[in-house]
Write a protein that binds this ligand. Structure first.
Ligand code: AMP
Length: 112
């Protein structure tokens, strides 16, 4: 989508701290980290949020979770939280599917 921030980041049109990239997804450091380790994994194709996952794109989401497992293992992050906010009330500020990966500190439950 031409006016989507994360589409532009995935395409390299806006700079980011790249952690991983393949033909399907892109991982980069969050610009405002909420934990010692905080990165985002996004599909390169535009999907608005988890609410838009269906049988046609769910394999891509499974791939993203494989990448999350690989990156956290490589970084030695043994305990972490994966979060995806859906909609404004839940705190979604960028309408392109993304999974936050947060680690390196104690987490509280329930989240605020
Ligand atoms: P959410 O609020 O769940 O939609 O998450 C969006 C995340 O994107 C926030 O944690 C922001 O800090 C992060 N973010 C926004 N712009 C950038 C950027 N240019 N580079 C890296 N992360 C960003």
């Amino acid at each position: 989508m031409s006016d989507c921030l994360f589409c532009k980041i995935a395409a390299g049109e806006i700079p980011s701290d790249t952690l991983y990239e393949d033909e399907l997804c892109y991982a980069f450091s969050d610009i405002a980290p909420q934990a010692p380790s905080h990165f985002l994994v996004i599909p390169k194709s535009h999907i608005a949020s988890v609410s838009q996952i269906d049988r046609n794109n769910s394999a891509l989401v499974a791939h993203i979770f494989e990448v999350i497992a690989k990156l956290t293992a490589e970084k030695g992050i043994g305990s972490y939280r994966v979060v995806s906010n859906i909609g404004e009330q839940a705190g979604q500020s960028v309408p392109h599917l993304h999974f936050h990966v947060l680690g390196g500190r104690d987490m509280t439950w329930p989240p605020g």
